[in-house]
Structures are given as structure tokens and as C-alpha cells.
Design a protein around this ligand. Structure first.
Ligand code: 13P
Length: 236
């Protein structure tokens, strides 16, 4: 069971350090749950320091480039992350696909390079509302998954785009069906993401093919993130 908090573009250096000093207490109350936080690049180091050395909370980046170094303004490489003590990265998040030109191909390149360098990877897939309405969900997921490598350090996150930041969580039936489909094509643990909150976490996390959660908004607040991690511990 993995519960990861994606902080998106929230929490700068100071806030991240203070928040991390609270988060470090969570694993002691959430046995069987791997707790991970994904701060913005500039807050990775502060988060590591706030957590201390023995918290057991993993720190992942929200993105990673596929080259080791080079003329790629605005990008960060896997060796740079490893040097900071960062142990993983998200790739292919729908917000990167929507706003920053991320494609299946570039998400795949990022995942491959990160895995090769020794990082863990959370690779995101998910359909838009229009794609679901057009009954293209399975075709979209299959296309996105085909670009994602198979690896023991890789986890998939199923994040239906229409459920992200909208408060419209997938019903348990929709989530279970999509997770089972993803697993039929890709042998990896599958996290659910999209409006996971303290009041729906237990239901979602207890579904047979849901192996954890990728939490956005509700991961920014200590009590709500802790509650979600504890819900994971109950079904782990
Ligand atoms: P919300 O939990 O805010 O809907 O965000 C989900 C997400 O995009 C996590 O990566």
C-alpha cells in the first residue's frame, strides 16, 4: 500500500520544511503504508531536512528529464535528484500532458531514464471527460500504458482527468473497473488519484485492484493527509 502526496505548485522552501516536520510522524501511525511526498523541485531539499534521516517517508520529484545533463532549460535530471536524496519521480501527470506538451513518448522516456538511474517511478495515466463520454477510456489507457516500461520500481497511477481537483471522485465501480483493466495490460501496483479525501479514502483503498492513492489537494493539510494514510493502514 502506497500513499503519495503530490503537492503540485504548493509549499515553497520554508513551508515545505515545516510541513515535513509534521509528516515525519505519519509512518508510526500507518503501518503497512509506504508514505511518499512529492514537493516542487525547489522544496525537495527542505522537505528532506524537515523529515530527517529516519522518518521512513519517501521524497519524490514531480517530474524528471531523460538526459543526464545538457542544454534543457527548466528541466532537472535523475542524477541531480539522487544527489539530493530524492528516491523517485512522478512522470506523465495529466497536468503536464494538458499544459506542458507532455506526450506518451516523453512520459515513457522520462520513466525509462529515471528507472535506469535507480529512481522509483509513479507513471500517470487517465482519460478526460470527453474521452470517457466517447467510450474511449480503454483505448486511451491502452495507448498511454503501451509507452510505459515494465519495472519492479514502477507504479502506475490511474487518475481520471475529470476527477482531478474537481471533487468528482470516480465511483468505486468506475475505479475498480479501470484498475482491473490497467492491471490486465501492465503488471504493476496501481494507485488511484482524483479527489481522494479523508471521507472517501477507506472505500477507494479497499477496492481489490487499488494498491494505494496519489493525493493532490488533500495532501497539503496535515490532518487530512494523515487520515488518508491511516485509512490505507486499515486495509493494508
Ligand atoms: P486532487 O487530489 O487534488 O484531485 O489531485 C489529484 C492529483 O492530480 C494527484 O496527482
Amino acid at each position: 500500500m502506497l500513499v503519495a502526496g503530490n503537492w503540485k505548485m504548493f509549499k515553497g522552501h520554508h513551508q515545505a520544511r515545516e510541513f515535513a516536520a509534521q509528516i515525519r510522524r505519519i509512518p508510526a501511525h500507518a503501518q503497512g503504508v509506504d508514505v511518499v511526498v512529492c514537493p516542487p523541485f525547489v522544496s525537495l531539499d527542505a522537505t528532506r531536512h524537515g523529515l530527517g534521516d529516519d522518518s521512513g517517508v519517501g521524497v519524490y520529484a514531480q517530474n524528471v528529464h531523460w538526459e543526464l545533463e545538457g542544454a534543457f532549460t527548466g528541466e532537472v535530471s535523475a542524477p541531480m535528484l539522487l544527489e539530493l536524496g530524492v528516491t523517485g519521480a512522478i512522470v506523465g501527470h495529466s497536468e503536464r500532458r494538458q499544459h506542458f506538451g507532455e506526450t506518451d513518448e516523453t512520459a515513457g522516456l522520462r520513466a525509462e531514464a529515471a528507472l535506469e538511474a535507480g529512481l522509483h517511478v509513479i507513471a500517470c495515466v487517465g482519460e478526460t471527460a470527453a474521452e470517457r463520454e466517447a467510450e474511449e477510456t480503454e483505448a486511451v489507457l491502452a495507448r498511454q500504458l503501451a509507452a510505459i516500461p515494465r519495472h519492479e520500481r514502477l507504479v502506475i497511477a490511474y487518475e481520471p482527468v475529470w476527477a482531478i481537483g474537481t471533487g468528482k471522485t470516480a465511483t468505486p465501480e468506475i475505479a475498480q473497473e479501470a484498475h482491473a483493466f490497467v492491471k490486465s495490460l501492465h503488471e504493476a501496483p496501481v494507485l488511484y488519484g482524483g479527489s481522494v479525501k479523508p471521507d472517501n479514502a477507506a472505500t477507494l483503498l479497499s477496492l481489490p485492484d487499488v494498491d494505494g492513492a496519489l493525493v493532490g489537494g488533500a495532501s497539503l493539510d496535515f490532518p487530512s493527509f494523515e487520515t488518508i494514510c491511516r485509512a490505507g493502514a486499515e486495509v493494508a
